[in-house]
Design a protein around this ligand. Structure first.
Ligand code: GDD
Ligand code: MG
Length: 350
């Protein structure tokens, strides 16, 4: 049985000031009418022979998740609440424990809550191929053809051909700039999309080999879990003992049983203001406007006005302007990765 698992615990700090700690980007309708989280749920629900989605998120976002699920009328396979963020490897392990308790043979499809996919038919076709590889014990990733040297992604070197995909020869998470450029030039690497498909038990087996302390902590946390309606609140003390690590570093770089299914489905990760600008529909001058914006000679910019104020621009290009009631961001489009540094400064300032 295929169980979608939606990872919704990120803080989305590079989309500040719209994305905030109490309302991170995955819960915002950044493109279209539904939030990125709701789009992800809807996309998962449309897969063939699929079970109800399980969401893993922060305790702080439980009502938002509950309300957003209810708003689109999708049944709920459970909402696992993390008392503290420990990154994706333990979050996925919690979901694996939860699924195995009901279905020892569960297959899980791990989906980040903040991605866009344009071609859902191609996405579905890739899932079907991945599911048959997972049946044979592979931990399956989805490989995207890279088009620039992004350092925020994982890189996958394909090895021998398998039915429907390839064995992974090497997996490198977030290489430095020079390495990413080399991989791009070599032409034989794919980006890791951040979606995964594998048997839940298989994933736990890999943790027992490569991250046993994490597996112990997650097992104890799940053993201490308390159910509260749809919410499953895991043991705080035990979960806090888990090392903080992503699946990419903790498992994918180390395992010998990884496979990649190449997919071309109009995938994008809405990681920053420039990536939102690049996937959205823009006007003839390359601008993306939201709210009350008036402009003269403005090009290739994103301007988001809040409900209370109009924004006017003259003779500017490649700018990001995002106004909210209590904070305004003005940044050059090629500097948007540094928005995270602003958020870190704000946090440090308390
Ligand atoms: N529940 C939960 N708990 N979810 C989390 C946590 C956590 O502690 N941390 C992150 N997430 C969620 C995020 O909300 C996001 O949906 C997903 O897990 C991935 O986390 P990111 O923090 O966005 O990872 P990344 O973008 O740096 O890297 C991953 O995705 C890239 C593609 O977008 C990696 O898998 C890369 O290899 C990959 O290229
Ligand atoms: Mg991401």
């Amino acid at each position: 049985m295929l169980h979608p698992v939606i990872l919704s615990g990120g803080s989305g700090s590079r989309l500040w000031p719209l994305s905030r700690q109490n309302l991170p980007k995955q819960f915002l309708a950044l493109v279209g009418d539904l939030s990125l989280f709701q789009e992800t749920i809807r996309r998962a629900e449309a897969l063939p022979d699929v079970q109800l989605p399980v969401t893993v998120c922060s305790e702080d976002h439980r009502f938002m998740v509950g309300e957003q699920l209810q708003a689109i009328g999708v049944g709920n396979g459970g909402i696992l609440l993390e008392p503290i963020a420990r990154n994706t490897a333990p979050a996925i392990a919690l979901a694996a424990q939860h699924l195995i308790a009901k279905d020892p043979d569960a297959t899980m499809l791990v989906l980040p809550a903040d991605h866009l996919i344009e071609d859902e038919a191609a996405f579905r076709e890739a899932i079907v191929r991945a599911a048959s590889l997972a049946e044979q014990g592979w931990l399956v990733t989805f490989g995207i053809q890279p088009d620039y040297a992004e350092t925020g992604y994982g890189y996958i070197l394909r090895g021998e051909a398998l039915e429907g995909g390839y064995r992974i020869e090497r997996f490198v998470e977030k290489p430095d700039q020079a390495t990413a450029e080399r991989y791009l030039a070599e032409g034989s690497y794919a980006w890791n999309s951040g979606m995964f498909l594998f048997k839940a038990q298989r994933y736990l087996d890999e943790l027992s080999r490569h991250a046993p302390a994490m597996l112990d902590a997650v097992r104890n946390a799940y053993a201490d879990a308390e159910a509260d309606l749809d919410f499953i609140r895991v043991g705080k003390q035990a979960f806090a003992e888990s090392p903080n690590d992503s699946i990419d570093y903790a498992v994918m770089e180390k395992t010998e049983r990884a496979a990649v299914v190449p997919v071309s489905c109009g995938w994008s990760d809405i990681g920053s203001w420039s990536s939102l600008w690049s996937v959205a529909e823009r006007d003839a001058d390359g601008n993306l406007y939201d709210g009350d914006v008036i402009s003269i000679d403005t090009r290739d910019s994103l301007v988001h006005a809040s409900a209370r104020r109009m924004i006017a621009t003259i003779g500017v290009e490649e700018l990001i302007i995002v106004d909210t009631p209590d904070a305004t961001l003005v940044a050059r489009k090629d500097r948007v990765q540094d928005v995270k540094a602003i958020v870190d400064k704000l946090k440090a300032a308390g």
